[in-house]
Design a protein around this ligand. Structure first.
Ligand SMILES: NC(=O)c1ccc[n+]([C@@H]2O[C@H](COP(=O)([O-])OP(=O)(O)OC[C@H]3O[C@@H](n4cnc5c(N)ncnc54)[C@H](OP(=O)(O)O)[C@@H]3O)[C@@H](O)[C@H]2O)c1
Length: 255
């Protein structure tokens, strides 16, 4: 199926690793130019973007920024807008997954999680919506949430689950608000993926013990398996979908 993304431009946050990298790869493969936002591992990200352009004959760029800083947020979005005539797709993918049980959780940690996982997507959504309305163009916004938004946390991530639950509800509200402008806003809820967020923190054995029994399909996913759903939501094949959250969890979340 041709997703019709040739010539479109997408801004993907946290595009240098894990799911974000998978999303950049699939969107570029489908013909989009990508603004790959990243915070660390600059050399690796620049080499990734160089490879994307070689492989898919595209014009993708990398933009650095710490999204918990308002100045960096503005720079990332402004660089995207100054580098391309129009931005068609925004993927709010960057996120943090700190661990603390509520009885010990510091207020700072709660605040920072909400800031990166919920406030940052809000600010970028606001910028994107205004960009599209000013240009009188349609567009797509995809927010990456989590099965934890619906299940809650089972392992000391109540702040994370709350931030993702908030992002689901924000997605629905924004979808209602901007549908009249032809802007679709949806979310994708992964279950457990093989990305640095998980593999840097848990051994393969721990992942098996903690999650495999909870996943009917019996395995955790690759980032690409989730990225294809993001590409679908970024494409004109999903024009009649808005305010939805698509679960890509191997059955871990069924609702
Ligand atoms: N992995 C899973 O099992 C899973 C499950 C459900 C949902 N998700 C969601 O999937 C999304 C991608 O996560 P992932 O699994 O691919 O993990 P990841 O590889 O750790 O990706 C997270 C990305 O967010 C970036 N980031 C975090 N804080 C930032 C900040 N203040 N400023 C700029 N960038 C920041 C990270 O940059 P640095 O590399 O510089 O830290 C990294 O690129 C997240 O929203 C996560 O909550 C993941």
């Amino acid at each position: 199926m041709d997703f019709g993304l040739k010539g479109k431009t997408a801004l993907v946050t946290g595009g240098g690793s894990g799911l974000g990298k998978g999303i950049c790869e699939i969107l570029a493969q489908e013909g989009a130019n990508i603004v790959v936002h990243f915070r660390s591992n600059e050399d690796k990200v620049l080499s990734f973007v160089h490879d994307l352009n070689e492989k898919y004959d595209g014009n993708s760029i990398a933009v650095k920024g710490d999204l918990s800083r308002e100045g960096d947020l503005n720079t990332v979005f402004d660089t995207a807008c100054n580098s391309y005539p129009e931005i068609d797709i925004l993927v709010n993918n960057a996120g943090v997954w700190p661990k603390a049980y509520v009885k010990d959780m510091e207020v700072d940690e709660f605040e920072n999680t909400l800031k990166v996982n919920l406030q940052t997507p809000f600010i970028l959504c606001k910028k994107m919506v205004n960009h599209l309305i000013d240009q009188k163009r349609k567009g797509k916004i995809i927010n990456i949430v989590s099965q934890a938004a619906f299940h809650g946390s089972t392992s000391g991530h109540a702040h994370y689950a709350a931030s993702k639950g908030g992002l689901v509800t924000f997605t629905v509200s924004l979808a209602r608000e901007v549908a009249k402008h032809g802007i679709n806003v949806n979310a994708v809820a992964p279950g457990i993926m093989e990305t640095p967020m998980i593999t840097n923190r848990m051994s393969e054995q721990k992942i098996q013990e903690a999650y495999h029994e909870r996943i009917p399909l019996g395995r955790i996913s690759t980032p690409e398996e989730v990225a294809y759903t993001v590409a679908f939501l970024a494409s004109n094949k999903s024009d009649y979908i808005t305010g939805a959250t698509i679960d890509v969890t191997g059955g871990m979340l069924m609702r």
